[in-house]
Ligand binder design. Structure first.
Ligand SMILES: CC(C)(COP(=O)(O)OP(=O)(O)OC[C@H]1O[C@@H](n2cnc3c(N)ncnc32)[C@H](O)[C@@H]1OP(=O)(O)O)[C@@H](O)C(=O)NCCC(=O)NCCS
Length: 164
């Protein structure tokens, strides 16, 4: 990875890099795989972190379940870029996207709950999100031995005029 990293909305040319990043971790069974088609269809929901050479070194997406409920999905940072605050920055960007769309409650299913707890999320029970369970968990090969932990955060309303 080279130089400064910037965050931006995903563009069509990022699709292969997003798929490679996510599916690299999916092969290690730490996240769900994504097809290129599913990323293309959800491109407006993705943010990417890009290094100085334009290489995608991280990604994350807002997956919406209702007008007020969303999931922090497909969150991945390239191994060589870990520990530099990129994961947290991507979560912040997904939260900003959620706020801009009126989504106030976010959840994630994760093997790294402490990462999310550091970002203000609290551990909860996934039964709170039956639509997620129906869409992703019921067909998952690991459904009887799933080690993922559900975390959630209710986004505070933005303080628009703190100085007033
Ligand atoms: C989880 C992941 C996104 C974190 O990315 P990252 O860029 O290394 O994380 P950051 O540098 O932003 O770390 C933010 C904070 O979380 C902590 N953290 C990061 N990874 C952690 C982990 N695996 N376990 C516990 N805490 C972790 C950091 O110590 C840091 O805490 P601090 O603010 O007190 O220093 C990255 O490890 C990853 O891509 N993992 C593989 C895919 C995955 O598990 N995705 C999540 C699926 S929901």
């Amino acid at each position: 990875m080279t130089g400064a990293v910037t965050l931006r909305a995903a563009q069509p040319r990022d699709v292969p890099a997003i798929v490679a990043l996510v599916n690299g971790y999916a092969a290690e069974q730490v996240m769900l795989p994504r097809s290129a088609e599913s990323v293309e269809l959800a491109l407006d929901d993705f943010v990417v972190a890009v290094d100085a050479r334009g290489t995608v070194v991280g990604c994350g997406a807002l997956k919406t379940y209702s007008p007020s409920l969303g999931e922090v999905a497909s969150l991945a940072v390239a191994r060589e870029a870990h520990g530099r605050g990129l994961g947290r920055a991507i979560v912040d960007a997904v939260e900003a996207l959620a706020r801009s769309r009126g989504v106030r409650e976010l959840f994630a299913l994760t093997l790294t709950p402490r990462f999310f707890e550091a970002a203000g999320y609290a551990v909860t029970d996934r039964v709170r999100y039956p639509e997620k369970v129906r869409r992703d968990c019921l067909a998952c090969a690991r459904r009887f031995g799933c080690a993922e932990v559900c975390v959630r955060r209710v986004l505070e309303a933005e303080v628009l005029d703190a100085a007033a």
